[in-house]
Design a protein around this ligand. Structure first.
Ligand code: CTP
Ligand code: MG
Length: 231
């Protein structure tokens, strides 16, 4: 039950407003992207990491990988304008038909345990994503008027990783590109083809570092994990 992972890391990090790509910001002394890469570097089931990056950052990323001794990056490809295109480029670089995970470079806190549940679900059911039940009450709003309150028991916040069989997700990306369909995650491309996707409960710590307050949450998670490790 080995897998490859495609990590899109070719965004701009605009919402972080850091004056540079957020993935190079340091959390607990190491760059955000390195935290994410380490999770897969240290997972025995991961047999290859494919990174999609901005052309102008390729050199910098090569250097970081060397500096931090990340050995599993088998390919670095140039990303595209949208995340979906970056993922597609990554998928094209893989051979055979392995289970492939797609995981945001900006989610450093994914746990091995969740990854393994997800891989198992993808092997059994074909495709699976990780997510958490929503905690807020979610309402539909039009012109600042609430039109509906959606039954929360059926709402999930979906995260990455998302796991597929390579041939299927690559086909879904081909069809989406052909039709000009742009989804906000990879599962939505499978849904577009009416293919089933299972959800695996992950955890709330698997946040995507998006705005500056997420860095505070990130430091808190790291602190907690260090304390837990000492017990
Ligand atoms: N990503 C990518 N290619 C793009 C856009 C995004 O590979 N064209 C990657 C990002 O690098 C990130 C992940 O997809 O690891 C999730 O995207 P997001 O959190 O939106 O990151 P950014 O697009 O970089 O941030 P922003 O939207 O604030 O500019
Ligand atoms: Mg973005």
């Amino acid at each position: 039950r080995n897998y490859h992972v495609v990590i899109p890391a070719a965004g701009q990090g605009k919402r972080m407003n850091a004056g540079k790509n957020k993935q190079f910001l340091k959390i607990d002394n190491d760059p955000l992207l390195i935290h994410t890469l380490r999770v897969f570097e240290e997972d025995l089931l991961c047999t290859g990491i494919i990174l999609a990056v901005n052309k102008k950052e390729i050199e910098q990323i090569h250097e970081l990988i060397k500096e931090y001794n990340i050995t599993k990056v088998s390919q670095i490809v140039e990303g595209g304008k949208e995340r979906q295109q970056s993922v597609f480029e990554g998928l094209k670089a893989i051979k055979g038909n392995p289970v492939v995970l797609i995981h945001d470079g900006a989610r450093p806190f994914i746990r091995h345990e969740v990854i393994h549940h997800l891989v198992e679900a993808a092997c059994d059911k074909g495709a699976a994503v990780t997510g958490v039940p929503v905690k807020d009450t979610i309402k539909l709003v039009e012109q600042k008027q609430i039109t509906q309150t959606i039954d929360r028991s059926s709402l999930w916040s979906v995260q990455t990783p998302q796991a597929f069989h390579l041939e299927e997700i690559r086909y879904a990306h081909e069809m989406a590109e052909r039709d000009g369909f742009l989804g906000t995650d990879d599962a939505s491309l499978m849904e577009y083809l009416n293919r089933p996707v299972e959800i695996v409960q992950g955890d709330y710590e698997n946040l995507k570092i998006t705005t500056s307050e997420d860095l505070l949450f990130a430091e808190a998670i790291i602190k907690k994990r260090k304390e837990d490790a000492q017990k």
